[in-house]
Design a protein around this ligand. Structure first.
Ligand code: FES
Length: 111
């Protein structure tokens, strides 16, 4: 796992808010749901809606376009959707928020 710093502590979104940013070449949404910080992909797998205008309901992220719902722990779409979103590991450190990225086999070989 490769950890990259995403935000300083003061930049972390406040409760109920979503911030979009690019980390490690990927556009992510950083979400504060009930003071839990979660990082997800920023585009909805259904039809490409942007999660920045979304909201939270019972531990799910709701896409603002067609209201599909995604579990904020597992990334799984609600029953019947058959899709999922990527949830990135987060770590709050002294100097800010870090996001974990899986290292692929080729990056281990070639750096
Ligand atoms: S684009 Fe997100 S629910 Fe359709």
């Amino acid at each position: 796992m490769k950890w990259l710093k995403a935000l300083n502590k003061v930049q972390i979104p406040t409760k109920g808010n979503i911030k979009t940013l690019e980390v490690g070449g990927k556009q992510l949404c950083i979400i504060n749901n009930e003071d839990k910080i979660i990082a997800t992909q920023s585009f909805c797998p259904h039809a490409g809606g942007h999660f920045s205008g979304g909201w939270f309901k019972n531990g799910h992220l709701v896409c603002p376009v067609h209201r599909y719902e995604y579990n904020l722990k597992t990334g799984r779409g609600a029953e019947g959707q058959g899709d999922y979103i990527h949830i990135y590991p987060t770590e709050l450190r002294e100097d800010g928020l870090y996001i974990g990225f899986e290292e692929s086999w080729w990056s281990k070989l070639w750096g």
